[in-house]
Write a protein that binds this ligand. Structure first.
Ligand code: SF4
Length: 318
């Protein structure tokens, strides 16, 4: 990992129009930097906006407000040419390896499609690249002529990874890439992603709800709640010195492999449900569930600020 910022969100917001002229605030004022060569883990309960943020950072969604910068320059997704150029640098690996591959296309065509769209190589070289990519992700070259339904979940995810790598991106959003896989296959896919990062210098945003896996794979971790980042720190620091009440509750739910320690652990239960992203509470978004909430919390939203070197938190009481 380097200190060079590759992807940057500045006050990034993504809203969706829903019926009755109302807006769903999926991502709200996110400020985030992802360094070249690092894996930034992104965690939070389902519906907290992790996937929407991931898709906004790699250009599938155009931000409603705020800026997306890549390699120091603003990416204007309203310009077709710029959107197209950015699509070559940033790719995504989807959660569901069953739904994300076109069942009518052969594996070879699926992997080659991006190269064709971006005018990369002639047909012969594209076929060679497909064979190389199948080798890289641990599949056989003969698999190029088969269809997705002939593969297991883990193999399909490998095809998804080969497709993402085909156009030689620098930044990959891994959107819960192992959640739909059998536990025995999960470690293989994680190790493959790790090896590819080392070999190719890739930068990952790794979205997941399994906090043990996120800790294992990430250099730094961002915790999201109701569309905003509430804590961000290096992986070890976040687990050893958790500051935000929501992160504390989230991490206390992670099972410890030692049964003795697990039995002694105090689990913090968060009462209530996540508020609606259509009618967000005034002040701190976590105030309706936070055991420490005070009047100030219900009045003013805390800003994300550096509480210790490299450790950012959005809480009035920290
Ligand atoms: Fe809890 Fe207040 Fe901190 Fe929000 S600002 S997390 S309500 S203590």
């Amino acid at each position: 990992m380097t200190n060079e910022v590759l992807v940057q969100a500045q006050d990034l917001c993504k809203y969706f129009k829903i019926g009755g002229g109302r807006m769903l605030h999926a991502v709200e004022g996110v400020n985030l930097e992802i360094h070249r060569g690092e894996t930034l883990g992104l965690v939070g309960e389902s519906g907290c906006g992790k996937s929407t943020l991931g898709r906004t950072l790699m250009g599938i969604y155009k931000p409603t407000k705020g800026k997306l910068l890549y390699d120091g320059k603003e990416v204007d997704l309203s310009k077709k040419k710029e959107r197209f150029a950015f699509a070559k640098k940033a790719q995504i690996i989807f959660q569901d390896p069953y739904a994300s591959l076109d069942p009518r296309m052969t594996v070879g065509s699926i992997i080659a499609e991006g190269m064709e769209i971006h005018g990369m190589y002639d047909e012969k070289r594209r076929r060679e690249r497909v064979a190389e990519l199948l080798d890289i992700v641990g599949l056989n070259r003969e698999h190029a002529n088969r269809f997705p339904h002939e593969f297991s979940g883990g193999q399909r995810q490998r095809i998804g990874i080969a497709r993402a790598l085909a156009i030689e991106p620098e930044f990959i959003v891994c959107d819960e890439p192992i959640s739909a896989l059998d536990v025995s296959i999960q470690a293989q896919v994680i190790n493959l992603l790790h090896e590819l990062q080392e070999k190719m210098g890739l930068t990952y945003l790794f979205i997941a709800h399994d906090l043990n896996i996120v800790k294992y794979i990430s250099d730094r971790i961002a915790v999201m709640y109701l569309g905003s980042v509430v804590e961000l720190a290096a992986s070890d620091e976040l687990y050893a010195n958790t500051l935000h009440p929501y992160s504390k509750a989230l991490l206390s739910a992670v099972p410890i492999p030692d049964p003795h320690k697990e039995a002694q652990k105090q689990r913090q239960i968060i009462d209530g449900d996540v508020p609606s992203p259509i009618n967000k509470p005034k002040g701190c978004a976590f105030s309706s569930r936070c055991p420490l909430a005070c009047d100030k919390c219900r009045e003013a939203a805390p800003q994300l600020r550096e509480a210790a070197p490299g450790h950012y938190v959005a809480c009035h009481l920290v």
